[in-house]
Write a protein that binds this ligand. Sequence first.
Ligand code: AMP
Length: 143
Amino acid sequence: MSVRHILAEKGNDVVTIAPGASLGEASALLASRKIGAVVVSADGEKVSGILSERDIIRAVSQEGGAALEAKVSRYMTANVVTCGRESEIDHLMQMMTDGKFRHVPVVEGESLVGIISIGDVVKRRLAQVEAEREALKDYIASA
Ligand code: AMP
């Protein structure tokens, strides 16, 4: 299964935040949207970075509550690993495992067109395993 299939199901919505926003604003956004990471972008299209709840925890553990005044650009990861619509789920799982992250923005050219989380990947993988199990059961029953 490819990223294209997942986006067809879940849609192309991506929550973004400007690099100049504060970590406090980013925290409020993550909480209100019930998500674990936000793509950092000045125009909502070009990816400048990614900020996850882990980055906010790191900032607060280093600087205390004052970190919530710091700019997102200071704590985001600027070197973002992205994928395209034709990337396969297995490849994404490998990327997430190797890179120890749980979110992969989907880009086409220079534009953000979606985001895949580890939850999206696990959900589809479980459905695939279940379908394979059912097919095997049917095969055995008919043999
Ligand atoms: P996560 O597990 O996605 O919450 O993120 C863990 C760490 O990896 C944080 O420092 C993020 O900024 C960073 N991160 C998250 N997604 C990516 C990505 N696609 N490429 C590079 N770094 C990432």
